[in-house]
Design a protein around this ligand. Structure first.
Ligand code: ADP
Ligand code: MG
Ligand code: MG
Length: 902
């Protein structure tokens, strides 16, 4: 809009003026109310104040010019339409004021119902409702309560307290037993509470009520909880919220009225058929607040068949229109149905897959859209074992599903006890109010972690996810008493040693041991369930969507595997090669002794002997892996960790030497080892003598590995098999390092390969920032790059991975410095920029340079999208993440017009 545009900016939209695609401007709730209005569904009339108005208010601290007038105009037309005026003493129009951002957000202001009621209009409302005093005073007390709490920050407990008091005096638990006099008394009590906390009387002027409520919605955008939530969910901070002003309809007018919520399919399993709750003679939040027992929606058929049939009809229309599962809120006022909200509904991971499959069958969406509607996080969830809950198990508490999985074990309250019991072979669940870095050992020892405080970014949650350990956090019904070694929940007391079960996906806590069953999705990937021949709707749908993802994706998916067994499993999961075969384990076990000889070698001869002894062992390992991969590419990383990691720890050696000396035994060898360990000690081993540096410093070490790889490949090929080795040099920072290693490797390969037809590529990891920044030079000596994003993140941020996650990441997450650990999801701005630079400059220097990524980011959904976009050839991840990467690579490749899935 031009600066001199004489037309004032439009801040208010009648429901008839909006539609579902205007979520940015009207928020989710407003856009969908408009959409339903335009579909001709029975929506009470109203209007939406735009997010633009909110943003203007938040920047300037006052309502933008023109807003008040536009509200006035829309209110007048609403009054005309309803035939009532706001707060009219004889026949009042009442409205609700409802927040509604683009993404639904806990922590924002909730709704204020019954705006427009005051000491006079409450009488008029009663008269209009056929002298229904009870209804009128019930509505008034709700207004003061909601307005007080959400607009004026009066502590909600005080109102609840007063309500409980009256019920107790009356000897009832049911608010329906309160009569008009009781509620009139309650209004007086509420007004006193309001005055006490705000220093003013409850506002009697309806328009003032309305304006204050609108302003409170605006302000709630910047409430602390809302800000925190946005950071965690990576919702932009500058979207603002819309405000909906809606004519009230009343579900609390008597037994022929009521209110309910419903889903168009079961959001738990995805099964077809409606699903919901209904509560007669109730208003708004009563349904979800659990103050009275709701009835299943199906029972509405008996209570009010006309409304029920109409509702079913509307739900079918909504699904057809949104082409997805919808959830709805509705109210029935004396037999007349009103729709108050709809949106594309949240669902479980299983339901997401099942519904996407069903909608394809029903012809509502195509396979691209189905693929778009599911995601890798959901698939990962479905690959964990689950509790088998068909028996009598009932959850005693529900916290936050902080790290998925299903775990049962004996309750312990301290880290030390967890370690003790675990050492005895017990499964333990570590229960704490919240965890801190001192609990780390206990968390490692435990099967699962349960806390009564903290959210998804608490210490417990972050560390557990990093360890892949089941965790339920913030189960606040639990009263944890660490000194007494027990917790209470409801009527139950759980002592140390009692068994509990926790579900890290749903957040549910069970007493006793719940049996665990394997994931049917894993069974399918393992080839144990035939997707064409099962009645498991989930497996059928997963198969179909995975097949489509594989066809759609451009990124190849490889796996990180060090052994033939890992490689075999990964192939069943769909891996198209090995992107990272670490060779460290080939120096372990009974080969340690050879490594010690290598390290202690006093001369060239001894060292060569040790290496010569290692060669056939490593060759055999490679033969096994090449056979398993049958011609798929296998990237082998030459030895990476500092050699002293293969020696016993200093303290242990020192003790051994001392004990042996005491006994008068010959300790020459131990002493030599001890001296070597002392000599090789490093202050910062991660930045020390490792990777390519080892190859340059220890003669013959890399040469032995290169020879083992080449000989293995030749052996497999001579046997009639196929082998496609790629030798990867770790920790390169300068092209000269790589050139030196390469020259020697090429000589050996040429000698070994001869005329066997085996081809061996030589490339490097890009994991030192300098390598990324000089990728153009490095590409001259590399046939491929594999981004080692773990080290690249470690060195890019200067974070010691082994220390930081437990030590302070929870705080960084809390402060929103990052929304997710950069070790979990690639930091696209910083570390990702290094990847982008290296990819571009590497390819510029050597067209056709093969680019991949190894490290856990290769299996992280968001990171996979980033790697797709940067144009890498493949990602590589642990076997269990392979299906997730396949799915996300497929999703990254398709473009759909579909809805925003957040
Ligand atoms: P939330 O975003 O928390 O669901 P809503 O704005 O949907 O909040 O409102 C909360 C409750 O109040 C809902 O159950 C809704 O049905 C009810 N409600 C909102 N506006 C009206 C209205 N105009 N008439 C009757 N009930 C309403
Ligand atoms: Mg709602
Ligand atoms: Mg590394």
């Amino acid at each position: 809009m031009a600066a001199h545009d004489p037309v004032e900016q439009k801040y208010v939209y009648d429901f008839a003026e909006g539609n579902k695609d205007l979520k940015d401007l009207l928020g989710g709730k407003g856009a969908n109310l408009a959409e339903m209005t335009n579909l001709g569904l029975p929506v009470p009339p109203g209007f939406t104040i735009t997010t633009e108005a909110c943003k203007a208010y938040l920047t300037t601290g006052r309502e933008p010019d023109g807003l008040a007038g536009q509200i006035e105009a829309h209110l007048e037309s609403l009054e005309r339409e309803m035939g009532r005026r706001l707060g009219d003493p004889d026949d009042p129009l009442l409205v609700s004021v409802r927040s509604g951002a683009k993404f639904s957000m806990p922590g924002m202001m909730e709704t204020v119902l019954n705006v427009g009621l005051n000491d006079r209009s409450v009488i008029g409302l009663s008269a209009q409702a056929g002298q229904n005093d009870r209804f009128a005073w019930d509505s008034y007390r709700r207004l003061i309560q909601m307005f007080g709490k959400t607009v004026c920050e009066v502590p909600g407990e005080e109102f609840e307290h007063a309500l409980d008091e009256i019920k107790r005096a009356k000897g009832t638990h049911d608010d329906l037993d309160l009569d008009a006099d009781d509620l009139r008394g309650l209004v007086d009590a509420y007004k006193k509470i309001f005055a006490k906390h705000t220093g003013r009387e409850f506002p009697q002027e309806p328009r003032e009520q309305l304006d204050l409520a609108i302003r409170a919605v605006f302000d709630s955008w910047n409430a602390e909880r809302a800000i925190l939530y946005r950071r965690q969910e990576r919702i932009p901070a500058d979207l603002g919220t819309a405000v909906n002003v809606v004519a009230m309809v009343f579900g609390n007018l008597g037994p022929d009225s009521g209110t309910g919520v419903a889903f168009t399919r079961d959001p738990g399993s995805g099964a077809q058929g409606i699903y919901g709750d209904y509560l007669a003679n109730a208003q708004g939040e009563d349904v979800v607040a659990g103050i009275r027992n709701t009835v299943p929606l199906q029972e509405l058929e008996q209570l009010d068949k006309t409304s029920y049939d109409q509702l079913l009809d509307i739900m079918a229309r909504l699904e057809e229109h949104y082409k997805d599962l919808c959830d709805i809120e509705f109210t029935i006022e004396r037999g007349k149905l009103w729709m108050l909200q709809t949106r594309v509904g949240k669902r479980t991971a299983a339901a997401a897959f099942v519904i996407a499959g069903q909608l394809v069958d029903e012809g509502l969406i195509d396979l691209d859209e189905a693929l778009h509607r599911v995601n890798g996080a959901q698939l990962a969830q479905l690959m964990f074992p689950r509790f088998q809950l068909d028996h009598e198990f009932e959850a005693v508490a529900k916290g936050i599903g902080a790290s998925p999985g299903a775990a049962s074990g004996k309750v312990v309250f301290t880290s030390a006890r967890a370690v003790e019991l675990a050492a005895e072979g017990e499964s333990v669940i570590l229960v704490r109010r919240e965890t801190n870095p001192d609990d780390l050992n206990g968390m490692i020892a435990a099967k699962g972690i349960l806390t009564s405080r903290g959210g998804k970014t608490s210490h417990a949650a972050v560390v557990a996810r990093g360890m892949g350990k089941t965790c339920v956090s913030g189960a606040d019904e639990l009263d944890v008493n660490v000194p007494a070694k027990r917790f209470t929940v409801g009527d139950h007391v759980v002592n140390e040693g009692d068994v509990v079960s926790i579900d890290g996906t749903t957040g549910k806590v069970y007493l006793g041991e719940v049996p665990v069953m394997p994931s049917e999705v894993v069974q399918y990937f393992e080839g144990e369930l035939d997707p064409e021949n099962t009645d498991d709707a989930l497996v059928r749908s997963v198969h179909r969507i995975m097949t489509h993802a594989d066809a759609a994706r451009r990124l190849r998916v490889r796996t990180n595997a060090d052994t033939g067994a890992d490689a075999a499993r990964a192939r069943r999961f769909g891996a198209e090669g090995i992107g990272l075969c670490r060779t460290e384990h080939m120096f372990l076990g009974d080969r340690r002794e050879l490594v010690e000889r290598l390290i202690l070698a006093s001369g060239e001869r001894e060292r060569e002997d040790a290496l010569a002894a290692l060669l056939p062992l490593q060759r055999a390992d490679f033969i096994e892996i090449f056979r398993e991969m049958d011609g798929l590419p296998v990237t082998v990383r030459l030895i990476d960790p500092p050699l002293h990691e293969f020696l016993p720890p200093l303290e242990q050696l020192a003790v051994n030497v001392a004990v042996a000396q005491e006994r008068g035994e010959d300790v020459a060898k131990e002493e030599a080892l001890l001296a070597a360990v002392r000599r090789m000690h490093e202050e910062n081993p991660m930045l020390g003598l490792r990777g390519v540096r080892l190859g340059l410093v220890i003669p013959g070490l890399f040469a032995m590995q290169v020879r083992a790889i080449a000989e293995a490949a030749v052996a497999v090929v001579r046997d009639g098999g196929k082998a496609c080795p790629e030798i990867m040099v770790p920790l390169v920072g300068a092209v000269q390092e790589l050139e030196t290693v390469r020259a020697e490797a090429e000589r050996i390969i040429a000698e070994v390969v001869g005329d066997s037809g085996v081809e061996v590529l030589i490339g490097t990891m890009i994991e030192v920032p300098r390598a990324a920044l000089t990728a153009g030079q490095i590409a001259e000596a590399a046939e491929f790059f594999s981004f080692g994003t773990n080290d690249l993140t470690q060195m890019g941020w200067g974070f010691s991975r082994d220390d930081v996650e437990g030590a302070f990441f929870w705080r960084y997450l809390e402060l929103g410095i990052f929304g997710i650990s950069p070790f979990e999801s690639i930091d696209t701005d910083g570390v990702g920029r290094l990847v982008r630079i290296a990819a571009e400059e590497g390819r510029a220097a050597r067209p056709g340079l093969k680019l991949g990524v190894c490290g856990e980011h290769g299996g992280d959904p968001d990171s996979v999208h980033f790697f797709h976009e940067v144009g890498l050839d493949y990602v590589s991840c642990s076997p269990f993440r392979v299906p997730v990467a396949r799915l996300e690579a497929g999703r990254a490749s398709i473009t759909t017009t579909g809805s925003d899935s957040r």
